[in-house]
Design a protein around this ligand. Structure first.
Ligand code: OGA
Ligand code: MN
Length: 337
């Protein structure tokens, strides 16, 4: 019987269930923290292809030359950049994901149930936080909107991709040598402490060669990464706030899942930080630097920041960015490739 055979060989599911379990609690000993020397056989440090990018600072990133970039020995093509963000940078991106990205015209899971224009503002309309509404948001899509039923992107289901996020991805992609990467679609996932994301591959994009960039903020997560089918036993990685996971090359189409959210051990985003200032004369591709810096510095004010802080103290946010089109393609209707 095929079904029995499938179940018996679903090593991915076995590991998923192991880490998801609350009773008994799983051992976290085998979960790879890339910067822990216990795992020096599992990962290796790789170097930046582009060593400097003057846009980094204003986007809330440390100097590119300081980034620690790890590649997995067991899962070729899987890369983790260990939190390259400044503390203020983390605050900026968390706030974007809460205050701005879940606003119309971006698409959200709450559109069916409660199609409010501005979810974050609505949560605070009465003066106190509507925790019930706050917990309802599970995802927002940007750019080419992921269609959860058909899994097909279309020109009719697309809105402008946020320019600052496109700029951030451009810096990260170039640093790793992906100079032609274009951020065209993103899913922002909002996880509560008991949320999970089941095993899947991301294969809806026309371009399956371009890497996938995944940003983690707030509480930590276990990410399982397996192979091209679910018989492959997955490896468990710890993703902490600020980490950037990249699924490139052989890892691009591999099964992955999030079986567990874990409390963050360090809350970098609440540590002191300095004012972000301009790098006069630096050219940006998509944005005006002054606006970015102004917004970045707003979160130095702890009173401004505190509402967002309350959210991320018990949630994880993941921004999952993809290129949809092939390099010379201008739209999904353009078949000349
Ligand atoms: C996704 C995804 C992983 C994560 O959105 O497709 O795989 O770390 N997210 O939340
Ligand atoms: Mn995915």
């Amino acid at each position: 019987m095929k079904r029995t055979w499938d179940m018996r060989n679903d090593n991915f599911m076995k590991v998923f269930k192991y880490y998801k379990s609350n009773k008994p609690k799983p051992s976290l000993e085998a979960v790879i923290s890339v910067d822990n020397t216990n795992f020096s056989n599992e990962v290796k440090i790789i170097s930046q292809v582009v060593k400097d990018d003057l846009r980094a600072k204003s986007l809330g990133l440390e100097d590119v030359s300081k980034w620690e970039i790890f590649s997995s020995n067991n899962n070729p093509g899987f890369i983790i950049i260990k939190n390259p963000f400044t503390n203020l940078g983390q605050r900026y991106w968390m706030r974007k994901c809460l205050e701005e990205y879940p606003r119309k015209p971006h698409k959200r899971n709450i559109d069916i149930d409660k199609p409010v224009d501005d979810w974050w503002a609505e949560c605070f309309k009465s003066g106190v936080c509507d925790r019930k509404l706050q917990k309802k948001l599970r995802w927002t899509t940007l750019g080419y909107h992921h269609n959860w039923d058909t899994k097909v992107y279309s020109e009719e289901n697309k809105t402008a991709f946020p320019l600052e996020l496109a700029e951030l991805c451009d810096v990260v992609a170039r640093t790793l040598g992906y100079s032609t990467f274009k951020a065209e679609a993103a899913i922002v996932n909002y996880y509560h402490m008991d949320s999970t994301l089941s095993a899947h591959t991301d294969h809806s994009e026309v371009n399956l060669e371009a890497p996938l960039f995944s940003f983690s903020f707030g509480q930590s997560a276990i990410l399982l990464l397996g192979g091209h089918d679910k018989s492959v036993k997955p490896t468990a990685f710890l993703l902490s706030s600020g980490d950037i996971a990249v699924m490139s090359k052989e890892a691009r189409l591999c099964y992955h899942a999030v079986p567990k959210i874990l409390p963050a051990s360090i809350h970098h985003w609440n540590n002191k930080d300095m004012t972000c200032s301009s790098n006069l004369g630096v050219e940006f591709k998509y944005i005006v630097e002054d606006d970015l810096i102004k917004e970045m510095n707003k979160n130095l004010n702890m009173e401004e920041w505190s509402k967002f802080n309350t959210y991320v103290e018990e949630s994880r946010i993941n921004i999952n960015v993809r290129q949809v089109l092939n390099e010379n393609q201008n739209s999904l209707n353009d078949q000349s490739i």
